[in-house]
Design a protein around this ligand. Structure first.
Ligand code: UD1
Ligand code: CA
Length: 456
């Protein structure tokens, strides 16, 4: 059957106390609304419409690569009104519309699929996803008839004493038959405690028309919504545990899952070991058999097999097989580090390629450079890539030995099999096979301290 989904994301989320619309706050590195969109797509719902209002332009911008359409709700008059704003999206369609909210990112593909299957197999006009909890305070209550079938949903603020005792709650996630929903949206009234148009009223309306309405129990955890920063951290903790568990089940050792932060889109190969304090973000991919010692941040980078990294930052870059990085290295965007390379302590690499087997062991800056394989950089080498106006390129061939404390004033080329003396400031090309020295000759004045009266 044809399926589409509405994702309600028009509210501001006052309690977040934020300039950012609530649904753009991130859980494990991704905006909540994008997590919900991804889950819908994985559940084979591809025709998606977001109801936006507060911060509409920002929400559009953050979801622009998701191939979704939008409905605008100018004023937030309630969930029923929000769905009304998406009438144009729904009209002329036959089948099922799933309705979810952009602030409840823990819903899983498995549960969405089960709910849709339940709804379609049972030929319901509407299906509500519900949970049973000890403290239903604040939630809409699921009211059933004597035979156990669904009757209506009553919001907490509108409940009588008996209804307040009901522990089955509305998750605010639903499946509707599109036509049944469209036929009744205009019948929703706002004569309730909050003066809002409640989507939940459609259930009672359908029931009174003799239509089949159903409820499916789902794990409460998956329905948790975020209204505050405290809830954002609670939901993030649950998501983080899920992600870490997934990787451990795939053969990754995580020494302390409570202190390991892995983004939703990160891929990690088997037999990689992750020590505490690592933050893996964006589309990072860590291949098999790597060791991430404590405290690195790796964003949007590809780390090939057998790499070991410690206390370093790697952004938008690639690191080749069996290379070691850190401690305290900084690999900045657009760098490509080869295989069997050593990037040691206090080394910064920016927009550069480093060939296989090259060693950059300590206190070195390499920027806007193409470095060949099997070179050795002495301690304290600086690529002088910036003249105060423009950045220039440095090219270094294979098997070059760059002595300690060398400056390479760009643009400059150092060819294969060269040797640069320590302390040199290189401004001109060093041709293949050459030795270059560019420093003042040492002057020795015998007996000088005594003559000056400085001798102790
Ligand atoms: C809603 C349900 C309640 C359920 C609870 C679960 C209704 C009437 N009530 O209550 O039964 O137990 O969720 O958390 O639906 N939104 C809009 N436009 C609006 C109003 C809301 O887009 O005009 C969006 C919000 O951004 C939010 C979602 O809809 O993402 C839920 O709205 P909210 O007002 O928080 O509903 P609750 O009072 O929590
Ligand atoms: Ca409300």
């Amino acid at each position: 059957m044809y399926k589409c989904a509405l994702i309600l994301a028009a509210g501001k989320g006052k309690r977040m106390k934020s300039d950012l619309p609530k649904v753009l706050h991130k859980v494990c590195g991704k905006e909540m609304v994008n997590i919900v969109i991804d889950t819908m797509k994985k559940s084979a719902i591809l025709d998606l419409n977001l109801v936006i209002g507060k911060g509409a332009e920002l929400v559009k911008e953050a979801t622009k690569n998701q191939n979704v359409s939008y409905s605008l709700q100018k004023e937030q008059l309630g969930t029923g009104d929000a769905v009304k704003c998406a009438k144009k999206f729904l009209e002329g369609k036959k089948g099922t519309v799933a309705i979810f909210t952009g602030d409840a990112p823990l819903i899983t593909e498995d549960t969405v699929k089960k709910a849709i299957e339940f709804h379609e197999n049972g030929q319901y006009a509407a299906t509500v996803l519900t949970s049973i909890i000890d403290n239903p305070e604040g939630y809409g209550r699921i009211i059933r008839k004597e035979d156990g079938s669904l009757k209506k949903i009553v919001e907490h603020k509108d409940c009588n004493e008996n209804e307040l005792c009901v522990k089955e709650i509305n998750s605010a996630m639903y499946c509707f038959d599109i036509q049944s929903l469209l036929d009744n949206l205009d019948k929703i009234k706002n004569n309730n405690a909050q003066g809002e148009y409640y989507l939940t009223d459609v259930i009672e309306i359908l029931e009174s028309q003799g239509k089949k309405v159903g409820a499916i129990l789902v794990p409460f955890e998956e329905t948790l919504g975020v209204n505050s920063r405290v809830q954002l951290s609670e939901v993030s903790t649950i998501m983080r545990n899920r992600i870490n568990k997934y990787h451990m089940e795939n053969g990754v050792t995580i020494i302390d899952p409570l202190n390991t932060y892995i983004g939703l889109d990160v891929k990690i190969g088997a037999d990689t070991i992750i020590y505490p304090g690592n933050v893996l973000e964006g589309n990072t991919e860590i291949k098999d058999g790597c060791i991430l010692y404590p405290n690195s941040r790796i964003d949007n980078s590809v780390i090939e097999k057998g790499v070991s990294i410690q206390s370093s930052v790697i952004l938008d870059s690639e690191v080749g097989q069996n290379t070691t990085v850190g401690p305290y290295a900084y690999i900045r965007p657009e760098s490509k580090v080869g295989n069997n390379v050593r990037i040691g302590d206090f080394v910064e690499i920016k927009k550069s390629t480093i060939g296989d087997g090259t060693k950059v062991s300590h206190l070195t800056y390499i920027g806007d450079a193409e470095v060949g394989g099997n070179c050795n950089f002495g301690c304290g080498t600086v690529v002088v890539n910036y003249d105060g106006k423009e950045k220039h390129k440095t090219i270094i061939g294979n098997h070059s030995f760059i002595g300690c404390n060398t400056n390479l004033v760009s643009p400059v080329t150092v060819e294969d099999n060269t040797y640069i003396a320590a302390g040199s400031t290189i401004t001109d090309k060093v041709p293949e096979g050459a030795f270059a020295i560019a420093r003042a000759r040492q002057v020795v004045k015998e007996g000088w301290t005594k003559k000056k009266g400085l001798s102790k």
